[in-house]
Structures are given as C-alpha cells and as structure tokens.
Design a binder for this molecule. Structure first.
Ligand code: AMZ
Length: 285
C-alpha cells in the first residue's frame, strides 16, 4: 500500500475556545504553478517592484481572469489584496475575492491579514492557504498562535526581500531582518511553507532568483515557493528542477510571454524527467 501521509489530531484551547486541529501531513508532493491575481481597487493589476506608482491594469473583472486561468488548467491561484498590504481597506477586493472563490479553485491569499480573526475569516470564506507577511515580523506571537490552531499548509509566511533584507507594509518598510534569519525563526515556530519574493525582480520579468530561493530552502528547511521575475519557461523548469514546491507567475502570463498551459506542461515534463533521472531502475530498462 502506498503511504500518502499521516493524519494528526489534537485539541487546542485558545481564548476560552477549543479548536480541534486535524492535519493531514502529506508526503512531499509535486510542483505547483500559481498564476497570480493582484487586486487593487477590485481590478487585476501588476506593480513593478511593488511600487504602486508603476501599476499596469490587466483587467477589471477578477472572476473572468480566474476563469481564464482555470480554463488553462490551473488548480491553484495566488491572490494578493494589495490595498490590504498597503494598510488600506478595499471592499472592492473583498467582493473580487469572493467572486474568485466561486470558481472552486484553491486560493492562496495574502495582503492585510494581521491578526487571528483575519486568518479565521479568510479560511472560513473558503481560502485554502493564507499568507502572512508583515505580522510575522511585527507580531511573532500571531505565528505561534496560528501554528497551534491551524495546519502549516493552511497558514504560511510571505518573505519579501530586497538585497536580502525583508520588507513589510506593502514593501515600504525595511525590517532590517535577513530572509534566512526570519526563515529559521518561523521554522522554529512551526511554519513549514513560505513564499519568497525577490522584490527587485517582481513585475519586471528579469528571471527568478533561483539561487537565493534554493538557499533559503536549504538554510531553513522550509518549503519555499518561488516568486518574482518569471520571464520565460526556463524559470519554471529551473524552479521545478531545483526541488522547489512551486512558482508564482504574474506579469509573464499577462504579457503573453508564454501560456499558463505551457508552464504547467513544462513543470510536469521537468518533474517526470527528474523522477526518471532519480529512478533506481534508470539504466536497467
Ligand atoms: O507589491 C507589493 N508592494 C506588495 C505585495 N505584493 N506588498 C505586499 N505584497 C504581498 C506579499 C504577501 O503575499 O507578497 O502581500 C502579502 C503580505 O501582506 P501583509 O499585509 O501580510 O504584509
């Protein structure tokens, strides 16, 4: 019988309430391609290097965009509430998010989630995985609490770095913390997954910083999803070949550098090739 993982059940008391935590710890799975939908004022946008003054609008119908990625074969979406990340409220993005969830796609979502009730609301709304950025640095005890209540596949951390230093609050504030140091700390707190964005490359299609992403994974033990700067299918193949668990693609898809279907195919092909390369039967077939 093939072992798929382990089911762990525990009870956690928090604020007078008892949470039953059931986690299915899967064995390391394949490689996931996450098309990105960044929301600003309810529209689908891309910023260059996170700068709100360098914004391109790619559509004003987030549901239509989500359906487009679904039709091209996506199983996950990476959705960011940019207004939330900048500390602003945006009901337009909340409406957009609830529409996107109607597709039934799994959604990884971040931006402006800064407390436990924000995490709870997001997960209750049907989000599969929330991404915590600013609060992981400004309020580390939130991560402790979240890890007691939720599985590490549900709550993950966004590490967004410029020249190695992690930025917060819409990438406007420098935490003076090194990405690896933060990664080690959150791993010790029970976090197992993170998204690593190289800010210099985000939204400018200069190629993914694979060495820094792989280094973060090696130095911390975290599963690190690569993000920022995808420019060609070579980035997708390189990430898949490096043993990373996935990649987030934004501008390259919106600008038509390649199709999502092509990215999914090349991730699959690279995965199969990797498997064949490491097969004990190799050479004897
Ligand atoms: O583009 C930006 N300026 C930006 C962005 N894309 N700022 C933050 N974010 C994203 C992070 C992460 O997914 O990559 O927002 C999320 C973190 O938000 P917060 O509010 O938890 O720091």
């Amino acid at each position: 019988m093939q072992k798929l993982g382990v089911l762990c059940v525990s009870a956690v008391r928090f604020s007078g309430e008892v949470f039953i935590k059931m986690e299915f710890m899967k064995e390391q799975q394949g490689f996931t391609v996450y098309p990105a939908i960044d929301l600003r004022g309810g529209k689908v946008v891309r910023l260059a290097q996170g700068d709100p003054r360098r914004q391109t609008v790619y559509g004003d119908d987030p549901l239509e965009m989500a359906r487009r990625w679904q039709a091209e074969g996506a199983s996950w979406l990476h959705v960011v509430n940019l207004d939330g990340a900048f500390g602003e409220t945006a009901s337009a993005n909340e409406i957009a998010l609830s529409e996107i969830l109607q597709t039934g796609l799994k959604v990884q979502f971040g931006g402006g989630i800064r407390d436990i009730s924000g995490i709870q609301r997001a997960l209750n709304a049907g989000i599969s995985r929330v991404v915590i950025g600013t609060a992981a640095i400004e309020n580390p005890s939130l991560i402790d609490v979240a890890m007691r209540i939720y599985s590490p596949e549900k709550v993950i951390v966004g590490i967004d770095a410029q020249a190695g230093s992690v930025k917060t609050r819409g990438w406007k504030q420098d935490s003076k913390l090194d990405a690896v140091a933060l990664g080690r700390r959150i791993y010790a707190q029970g976090v197992r997954w993170c998204v690593f964005t190289d800010i210099e490359r985000d939204g400018v299609s200069t190629g993914v910083n694979i060495p820094a992403t792989v280094n973060l994974a090696r130095e911390t033990g975290l599963q690190v999803i690569a993000s920022g700067g995808v420019s060609s299918l070579r980035d997708v193949e390189a990430a898949a070949r490096s043993g990373l668990p996935g990649i987030i693609i934004g501008r390259a898809l919106y600008e038509g550098a390649f199709t999502l279907r092509a990215a999914l195919d090349s991730a699959k092909d690279t995965g199969q090739k990797k498997e064949a390369d490491s097969s004990p039967l190799r050479g004897s077939e």
